[in-house]
Design a protein around this ligand. Structure first.
Ligand SMILES: [Zn+2]
Ligand SMILES: [Zn+2]
Length: 539
């Protein structure tokens, strides 16, 4: 039996780059898919990033219903930050569990932030080669791990893609490692596809995610850390990795017959790193809305990065620390600390509001609400609403003193975006860093180009220096291309949601996925000759 539905995801593969390079002929397989498939824009979950994108994708429900917004979350009813191993805290099941229970045979390979579904009817690999690390390499059935190691070895990128400083040669070496990882992953994918009999088969290329974070400045001449002479030496490393993924997609698709429905998805994208997330705690202190933490040690000069993992670590009992040690060591790569151990930044219990982790493009604030938090300082209702309004006004007032431009483009209440039983697991206020403050980094480019100077009516000047190595940052815009038997080529004239893919895939296999927020994408379900409204004429 041939594979019925294949999903290939290009993790954080940027839509505009894929379309441009496909159009130019550099990505011939994407070009062919775009010509012969039905394609369209997609949108990830507004306000949240990678921590929430994947569980939203594979549950089909919004973050207020599955309860995950980040890899590091606040333990409800405490001020304690904990490493939120996604699958252990997720309030909904991944859609492949429904497929499996309906008797469908599935292969779920390297879907980021997924955990092992025990007793799955099929196979699963978690983090064989993955940008985000939760659990380390695990498989279902467990014996599959040895087979994969013996046949394919480890993914060539053995550690995090982060590095404080890279020479042009080291950037090229990262590219080479990622390209060889893509090739190996294609080989592995083909091997298991050939075993046949899959109702649903999923594989995710996360090498696009790594290269986007690390090499955006070499790709984008407008990036503040772009150095033309270095870029001339390295070439566009992002393009090299995208080309390798395009080739891999072609190789994988060559294994399939004409009766497979294929969905290629780039569920969220990449752009210039922007904003000043690393200064948000100081902004809240200067606005007198949050109290500084008692420093546990003298602040280091590198106290410029998000440090929630460290915060939680320092506040954890010794026994729990021992237990979590191996996990923490693996996490080091992910959590974004170039060096040093920053002190905790805010005294949450003595603040009107405090920060929770939410990646870098959107800051996240939680109100210290009476009745919800252990030492609440703000009454729910009118007082909380007034605080939100004050936050919005004061944050939107912030300017980049180097350019005079507004730095925060929007301040949004989570409750205005999402409804669900687990809304209280999410931050209350989302601070969207605008596009007008692209951020260089002191370690990558010329010294000092990471210097940030902010001010507003209430704050005369806050200065900080971005030391974080990443030069690319996420954006929620995505792209999908579906092709298969009876699917007429075309382009959707609407944007679908990342939540729509779970119900689409289950519907393709005639399995019910109850009570989801996403809607099956009818243009992928309908057959040639059917009603094709909602779709433009084929290109
Ligand atoms: Zn990322
Ligand atoms: Zn990475």
């Amino acid at each position: 039996m041939r594979t019925k539905v294949l999903l290939l995801e290009v993790d954080a593969g940027d839509r505009d780059l894929i379309l441009r390079w496909a159009h130019e002929g550099a990505l011939p397989n994407f070009q062919r898919l775009l010509q012969h498939g039905v394609s369209g824009h997609s949108m990830a979950v507004p306000g949240f990033y990678v921590g929430a994108v994947w569980p939203s994708f594979y549950t089909g429900v919004n973050p207020a219903r599955h309860g995950i917004h980040s890899l590091v979350q606040l333990k409800p009813g405490t001020y304690e930050i904990f490493r939120c191993l996604t699958a252990d805290h997720l309030k909904r099941e991944p859609f492949w569990n429904y497929l499996s229970r309906a008797g469908k045979k599935v292969a779920i390979l390297d879907v980021p932030l997924s955990g092992i579904s025990r007793d799955l009817n099929g196979i699963q690999m978690v983090e064989w080669g993955s940008h985000d690390a939760n659990y380390g390499f695990m498989t279902w059935p467990p014996s599959l791990a040895d087979e994969v190691k013996a046949r394919f070895g480890p993914h060539p990128l053995l550690d995090s893609c982060n590095a404080d400083r890279r020479t042009p040669g080291e950037f090229q070496a990262l590219r080479d490692t990622l390209v060889s990882g893509v090739r190996k992953k294609a080989e592995l994918t083909r091997h298991y596809l050939r075993q046949g009999g899959w109702d649903f088969f999923a594989q995710v290329f996360t090498e696009s995610h790594c290269v986007g974070h690390q090499c955006w400045h070499l790709h984008d001449p407008d990036h503040p850390a772009h150095e033309p002479e270095v870029a001339a030496q390295t070439g566009d490393l992002m393009k090299d990795v995208y080309v390798a993924i395009d080739t891999a997609i072609g190789d994988v698709l060559a294994e399939l017959g004409p009766d497979t429905t294929t969905i290629v998805l780039a569920g969220h994208g990449m752009t210039t790193k922007r904003g000043a997330q690393f200064m948000l705690h100081e902004i809240l202190i200067r606005l007198k809305l949050a109290a500084p933490a008692e420093p546990l040690q003298a602040p280091t000069p590198v106290d410029t990065v998000d440090s929630w993992l460290t915060w939680g670590w320092q506040h954890m009992p010794q026994g729990a620390r021992q237990l979590l040690k191996p996990v923490r060591d693996r996490l080091r790569g992910w959590i974004d600390e170039p060096a040093g151990v920053p002190a905790p930044k805010l005294d949450a219990a003595n603040s009107k509001c405090f920060l929770v982790d939410n990646h870098f493009a959107v800051g996240a604030i939680r109100l210290n609400l009476v009745g919800r938090e252990p030492s609440g300082k703000v009454q729910p209702g009118a007082e909380a609403d007034a605080l939100c309004a004050e936050l919005k006004r004061d944050l939107l007032d912030l300017r980049d003193l180097n350019t005079g431009k507004q730095v925060i483009s929007d301040v949004v209440l989570t409750r205005d975006l999402y409804r669900g039983d687990h809304l209280d697991d999410l931050p209350d206020v989302l601070v969207v860093w605008g596009p007008d403050m692209p951020l260089g980094t002191a370690v990558v480019g010329k010294p000092g180009n990471g210097k940030v100077r902010l001010g507003s009516t209430k704050i005369d000047l806050i200065e900080g220096e971005n030391r974080y190595c990443r030069t690319g940052e996420h954006r929620p815009d995505g792209l999908f291309i579906a092709s298969g038997p009876g699917l007429a080529p075309g382009t959707l004239n609407r944007t679908v949601s990342i939540l729509d893919f779970a119900p689409t895939i289950t519907r393709l296999l005639d399995v019910d996925l109850p009570d989801v927020d996403g809607e099956a994408i009818r243009e992928i379900l309908e057959r040639r000759g059917g009603n094709a409204d909602g779709r433009d004429t084929p290109r």
